[in-house]
Design a protein around this ligand. Structure first.
Ligand code: TRP
Length: 411
């Protein structure tokens, strides 16, 4: 009986996506199509917008800096109200960035870094404040594998990986939601007041046997989208918020934006990323249950090399002859796809696309290049992380003004 009710709830969430073989919500991402997700269809069914060249050109013009390859290559591909956020910036009112992570004890993999790498780029390019939520409460309610105290501890550990992405301590505030919630409780209440249980069921697929925390939590993820949740940074100012996020988080912010409208405050802006697939291929996931499915931030160069060589799904021909005749199928090739995410050099990437696609370049060569690129990223990350002490984490978590708010008037 209970099983069938849960199944029914799932149906609702799947029905919202309207795409066969694809489930995307904050608690589940399943792509059974074995191919790259059709992100255009996803945009359509979620009702968000594609980031177009005009946005990219405008960001370049406003920041006077080369635009991050995640934007150039459509890895951050979709948005809500990005135009309004850029308008606010151009008008000298500024905006702030908000992102987060549900802390887990499992070591983080390279895919987890994407929103943070991108947020750090935006912080530098626009020189705006960043707030980062570590939702220990969310993981406690949803995963329930250990105590709340343990999820808090994971939060501190994950904060070190986040800080190692290069955030500026004077411009970044990191908080654990179970500890900071009191400071934004007035806003949490407003969200809870504005959302009904049946709406939550519709959005998140909850049911009567779920714990109350799951019902209460969405307001805790929504509240940091209002600048009045951070009085120590913004005082009484109303500042627009932009949330870099994986597209699976969009349901939270659809709900948030609905309530913003009711509260008569500017709607939260969103900017969404695609998913990095697991090494075993499109439609597979990265996870600690199968260590060969992902590159973890704690992997050694040897492990990285072995994983990519042995486990990264290739779209190359079965034999050398076949490969040279037909070329590689880049739509299923993981090494090439990973290079799109991690190789910054556009000219080299294009060369690989053409040469490998034609069958001139072999899978082994592409893998070798990927190994070099990822090994550098991971080892440098490890070196920076080793320097992040508990004291440094504390500094990021202290309630204090940030040096780049209010924005300096320079135009
Ligand atoms: N729900 C996110 C997760 O499970 C964590 C999170 C909290 C978050 N606040 C956020 C993600 C804001 C993006 C933006 O990982």
């Amino acid at each position: 009986m209970q099983q069938s009710e849960q199944e029914q709830q799932k149906e609702q969430v799947i029905a919202q996506n309207e795409i066969p073989d694809l489930i995307i919500n904050p608690y589940e991402v399943v792509n059974n199509s074995k191919k790259q997700i059709d992100y255009d269809k996803l945009i359509q069914s979620f009702g968000c917008q594609r980031i177009d060249q005009a946005h990219i050109d405008r960001i370049q013009a406003l920041t006077q800096k080369p635009v991050h390859h995640y934007l150039r290559r459509g890895i951050f591909f979709s948005h809500r109200d990005l135009t309004q956020v850029l308008d606010a910036y151009e008008a000298g009112k500024g905006f702030y960035l908000y992102t987060g992570r549900g802390p887990s004890g499992d070591s983080m993999h390279v895919g987890h870094l994407m929103p943070f790498i991108f947020t750090k780029y935006l912080q530098e390019a626009f020189d705006v404040p960043v707030v980062i939520e570590l939702s220990d409460d969310e993981k406690f309610f949803h995963k329930s594998e250990t105590t709340l105290e343990e999820y808090q501890r994971y939060g501190y550990e994950n904060a070190k990986d986040i800080i190692a992405c290069g955030f500026d301590v004077n411009k970044t505030f990191i908080f654990l939601s179970s500890q900071y919630a009191g400071h934004m409780y007035h806003n949490i209440c407003k969200f809870q007041h504005a959302i009904t249980y049946s709406q939550l069921r519709g959005i998140f697929g909850l049911n009567e046997s779920d714990n109350c925390g799951k019902v209460a939590y969405p307001a805790v993820q929504a509240a940091p989208s209002l600048s009045s949740s951070f009085k120590h940074i913004f005082g009484k100012d109303e500042v627009m918020c932009l949330v870099p996020q994986g597209i699976d988080q969009d349901p939270y912010f659809r709900m948030t934006r609905d309530v913003c409208y009711k509260l008569k405050v500017p709607k939260t802006g969103c900017i969404h990323s695609q998913f990095l697939p697991g090494l075993h291929g499109f439609g597979t996931k990265m996870g600690t249950t199968d260590p060969t499915s992902a590159i973890f931030l704690t992997d050694t160069p040897k492990e990285i090399e072995e994983k990519i060589k042995k486990h990264a799904m290739s779209g190359g021909g079965m034999t050398k002859k076949e490969h040279q005749e037909k070329g590689a199928d880049l739509t299923v090739d993981v090494p090439y796809h990973y290079l799109r995410f991690f190789l910054e050099d556009d000219a080299r990437l294009e060369e690989i696309r053409v040469q490998y696609g034609k069958g001139v370049m072999m899978t082994s060569e592409v893998k070798k290049e990927l190994i070099t690129v990822i090994t550098k990223i991971v080892t440098e990350h490890q070196q920076r992380r080793a320097l992040v002490t508990d004291e440094i984490v504390q500094k990021f978590m202290e309630l204090r003004p940030l040096s780049n708010y209010p924005p300096k008037k320079n135009n």
